[in-house]
Design a protein around this ligand. Structure first.
Ligand SMILES: NC(=O)c1ccc[n+]([C@@H]2O[C@H](COP(=O)([O-])OP(=O)(O)OC[C@H]3O[C@@H](n4cnc5c(N)ncnc54)[C@H](OP(=O)(O)O)[C@@H]3O)[C@@H](O)[C@H]2O)c1
Length: 260
């Protein structure tokens, strides 16, 4: 199923690629014929994914163990793409502190800020300028339906996802004159290993990670925000446009009550 000549060139980087949605992005990019730079902390998961994708799609895959919570991750990411023309950046990694804000350890809150907020900023500052120089490329930032309003018991995570959404919207406008398509993916719940660890239970309208990644990549160029899945789109409309703010937060609060 290898396709050639996709307008973003030959190479894509997925930050947070070792499992879940990140691994699905990697597979969907590989199916489009892109060579891959895969970044995460667990090298054995990256190595397994590399083996699988090279065997299935005949692409080139380079794996890098980089901690995206590290303030020096921008330099490490820049080194990981030395000598290649990067066409797509997917910043997928996230950390999700679950539970009441007052009960959270400071380290958990800092980790969420480091990985979910500083990480994408450092990644984009390191990776996007060469794409702008070439005049073509795409950026995917992961947001969430949880980032469309305050979300009790995952308040810090939800706020970090709102940050990514607003960042993507601003950059969508700023970077389009440089030939860069930016999109925020406001995904609904997907049964990834991270989701199962943090939340456990299924909700209506869940897409598979593969489906969410496929729809997001199909939506490149149609930014600034994209909500994969019909039920998720209706939820986004209801929460973001129809319900008054207080009602939206109360409604979501009832759904996340079990996380206390
Ligand atoms: N799952 C859902 O229901 C859902 C819904 C809406 C939005 N999202 C968003 O979609 C994205 C992926 O979700 P997911 O459920 O697949 O997440 P996940 O299972 O928690 O996976 C996150 C990925 O990021 C990597 N990562 C985490 N911290 C890292 C760090 N410090 N340095 C490097 N890599 C790191 C992990 O790899 P290592 O641990 O190997 O480093 C893993 O590959 C997230 O941005 C999330 O906010 C998810």
């Amino acid at each position: 199923m290898r396709r050639s000549g996709w307008r973003y060139g030959q190479w894509a980087l997925v930050a947070g690629a070792s499992e879940g949605l990140g691994a699905a992005f990697a597979a969907q990019l590989a199916a489009r014929g892109m060579n891959l730079v895969l970044v995460a902390r667990r090298s054995h998961l990256l190595a397994n994914l590399k083996e699988q994708l090279t065997a299935t799609y005949g692409i080139e895959v380079r794996c890098f163990v980089i901690d995206l919570a590290d303030p020096a991750c921008g330099e490490a990411l820049a080194e990981s793409v030395a000598g290649i023309d990067l066409g797509i950046v997917v910043y997928n990694a996230a950390f999700t502190p679950v539970g009441p804000f007052l009960d959270a350890e400071s380290e958990e809150i800092e980790q969420a800020v480091d990985v979910n907020v500083r990480g994408p900023l450092l990644a984009l500052r390191a990776l996007v300028p060469p794409m702008c120089k070439r005049g073509t490329g795409a950026v995917v930032l992961m947001s969430s339906l949880a980032g469309l309003q305050g979300t009790p018991n995952i308040s810090v995570y939800a706020a970090s996802k709102a940050f990514n959404l607003i960042l993507a919207e601003g950059l969508w406008y700023e970077l389009r004159s440089h030939g860069i398509d930016v999109v925020a993916c406001c995904a609904g719940a997907m049964r990834t290993p991270g989701y199962v660890r943090s939340f456990g239970r299924d909700v209506p309208g869940m897409l598979s990670p593969d489906e969410a990644a496929r729809r997001t990549l199909d939506g490149l160029g149609r930014g600034p925000r994209l909500v994969p899945g019909r039920i998720n789109q209706i939820t986004a409309l209801l929460m973001g446009r129809v319900l008054p703010r207080r009602a939206a937060v109360r409604l979501i609060g009832r759904n996340t009550k079990h996380l206390t």
